[in-house]
Design a protein around this ligand. Sequence first.
Ligand SMILES: [Fe+2]
Length: 296
Amino acid sequence: MAAIPYFKAEKIADGSWMIKNAFVDQSYAICYLIEGRDFALLIDSIIGLGNLKAFCGTLTDKPVKLVNTHAHSDHVGGNFHFDECWIHHRDIGFFQTCIGIRKEQLFEMAKQTSLPEYRDQIEPDDNFADWNPMKVFPLYDGDVFDLGDRTIEVVEVGGHTAGSIVLIDHKTRIAYTGDACNGNTLLEFSNSLPIISYMRNLLHLKEHQQEFDQMYGGHETFDASLVDEAIETVAKVIAGTDDRCERTGILGGPVLYAAEKVMDGYERVDGKRFNMSYIPSKVLSGGETRQVIRAE
Ligand SMILES: [Fe+2]
């Protein structure tokens, strides 16, 4: 019986792979492996279905370090196959909400999402890992992963979450963008930053725009010009001149999308690509550089 293809990898550049789940109809999230002379860097661990650490070992014989673009569960779900990870310091607290994830939950999720031909083969084996205590190292803007023959730079682009980052591979001119800037940039979460802070961080990304050509995200890919569409669109939100397209948010409440979407669809009616959801009360509110610790 053929092994379950938990993952598939596509080479996107020299020593660089895009990795997706392959046993499902459509992989929900994307992660990336970059091989250097001294070690390989895994960017995100997607949702935790399959032994990603073992799969990386089929692509590289270098030791693998894990970095997360942010702490959402579809980017950190496979972390617990590893002993340590790097996360921007402002997302480390949120990462702790993963505590308690059981391998049985992931096993059930795999059963539910699997293509029919693999469903009966899925076993609660080492393709699934319980939450376990792991070392979490904080990242700061400007930090660099030195892989020996290539450097990957951390650029803080908080907005989607307070600690969202973009990782720029200077060798291949690829920016790995997580969920920081894409066609459905969700800024509606409780730990999303106010829109004016997101604008500040997009302008910081703009400072680096000459260093990359492609933006490989956690769900989509774009060319670097998306940054300009993002800045243009966010400026309209701050000025109150955006399209204010009413939709139901991912958490079930009302949100606004900055750019009008086609009826019941994803694309913008004007053909541009960047879009974002937001809560109107969180456009200009301040205090974004500080944490607010509440009762719950
Ligand atoms: Fe996310």
